[in-house]
Design a protein around this ligand. Structure first.
Ligand SMILES: Nc1nc2c(c(=O)[nH]1)N[C@H]1C(S)=C(S)[C@@H](COP(=O)(O)O)O[C@H]1N2
Ligand SMILES: [Mo]
Length: 424
């Protein structure tokens, strides 16, 4: 078995992922450079019949690793290569999403190492003072802030597209609002001295392309410089007062609330300030881009007619009661609402398929970039099946639509969240 055998066979590389990141990094480097015997040594055993092992076989002892280690067992695993998992709405009931319930959207494999002590971030490109800093230096040199910030995958809701759009079939749970601690990207960029020629950032992370090819990046997206200088964008090193979960970008990540989740680079190693729109992996073609004009469902839209997604549209979710449950003739109803770069002004609920709506109690955001919590109580006129629909309206007076504005890759589905209950 050669080194390239191992690297080219993504299945095998993926299969050695272990919950313990240190151990895992060890195993991974052995996978890349050594033999099964060496791997056995790491795990504390020898493999007497090593020479009989067919190329490409994953030793069963290494294949048991759980991609959802450290996560709530109620998360729905959509894919394990790369790992993608969403959170059922009833598990998103908390005002602040616990770390173990934050969804996971990976485009590649975990980095080889995620050591907070040795991690560095480089800021370079069109800046006066290019810099490379450790996490300790970021903490020392910039104001450390803690904010509740929501992240939603641009493709959340894709499963409802008709005709279907390819990509992860997210239902409604590729969204979360955890409390993130870090420094403002704006403060770091200002210290680096953004030059007049700067128009965009390019973000790089340490995750590994699915092919294992070290020359390729799984994803590298960026922000228009105006958004990068907005004070709600954080370079985060803590999640909910503890370490960032390895799957959520430990030990350093961007959090760009209200913009497609893909802007929130995980395992962040570099902010490259550019004098052109960033052209990193998944910035072009049909990725995170929508047609510049409305299209009929199923339309093939040429790449040159696609525009990069910016702030995400107004949206809400019902987190209680759970879909498909039985209730009394009245029940509490609650959830969250959010929108990119604006606030939610109104949240309404309907129990009669949208014929009438009643306003719910809606909290202000705890800080800019946080989702807003809402609650109400509904009474059903008689026993039977009801749907509870939620509709948010933002500060520009724009409400969630009833139907999906179809686009080829299934982005920005902000149609009403509906849950069904048996009342009485
Ligand atoms: N380095 C890196 N950053 C990344 C990704 C990735 O695959 N690699 N996925 C992006 C996408 S598409 C989303 S929706 C968010 C998801 O963040 P989460 O996995 O912490 O929920 O991370 C973004 N940041
Ligand atoms: Mo995403």
């Amino acid at each position: 078995m050669t080194k390239s055998d191992i690297i080219e066979n993504g299945e095998r590389v993926e299969a050695v992922e272990a919950p313990d990141r240190v151990e895992r990094a060890d195993r991974r480097s052995f996978m890349r450079s050594a033999s099964f015997a060496a791997m056995g040594a790491v795990a504390g055993f020898t493999i007497p019949f090593e020479k009989n092992i067919p190329a490409g076989l994953v030793p069963a002892a290494f294949a048991q690793d759980d991609p959802l280690a450290g996560k709530d067992s109620g998360l729905t695993l959509l894919n394990d290569r790369p790992v993608n998992a969403e959170t059922p709405p009833h598990l998103l009931d908390d005002a602040i999403t616990p770390t173990d319930r934050h969804f996971i959207r990976n485009n590649g494999q975990l980095p080889f190492e995620m050591d907070a002590e040795t991690w560095t971030l480089t800021v370079d490109g069109f800046v006066d003072n290019p810099m490379t800093m450790t996490i300790a230096e970021l903490r020392e040199n910039f104001e450390v802030v803690t904010q509740a910030l929501h992240i939603e995958c641009g493709g959340n809701g894709r499963a409802a597209f008709d005709p279907p759009a390819r990509g992860n079939q997210w239902t409604v749970g590729a969204v979360a609002c955890s409390e993130w601690t870090g420094v403002r990207l704006k403060d770091v960029l200002e210290a680096a001295g953004v030059q007049d020629a700067a128009v965009y950032t390019g973000h790089e992370g340490a995750d590994v392309h699915l092919s294992g090819d070290p020359e390729m990046q799984p994803i590298s997206r960026g922000l228009p410089i105006e958004k990068a200088l907005d004070d709600d964008v954080l370079i985060a090193f803590e999640m909910n007062g503890g370490p960032i979960h390895p799957m959520n970008g430990a030990p350093l990540r961007l959090v760009v609330p209200g913009w497609p989740g893909s802007c929130s680079q995980k395992w962040l190693t570099r902010i490259w300030v550019r004098d052109q729109v960033h052209d990193g992996e998944k910035m072009g073609g049909q990725s995170y881009r929508v047609p510049a004009y409305p299209v009929a469902p199923g339309t093939d839209v040429p790449n040159e007619d696609m525009v990069i997604m910016g702030a995400m549209p107004v949206k809400s979710i019902v987190t209680f009661p759970a879909n498909g449950t039985e209730t009394g003739l009245s029940t509490d109803v609650r959830g969250h609402a959010w929108v990119g770069d604006r606030t939610i002004e109104r949240l309404e609920v309907s129990i009669d398929f949208g014929a009438t709506w009643t306003e719910a109690e809606l909290d202000a955001p705890v800080n800019r970039g946080a989702w807003q919590n809402w609650r109400t109580n509904v009474s059903f006129p008689q026993a039977g099946y009801y749907e509870i629909w939620a509709k948010a309206t933002d500060s520009e007076g724009i409400s969630q639509p009833h139907a999906i504005a179809w686009n080829p890759r299934g982005y920005n589905n902000n149609s009403y969240h509906r849950i069904g209950v048996m009342a009485g």
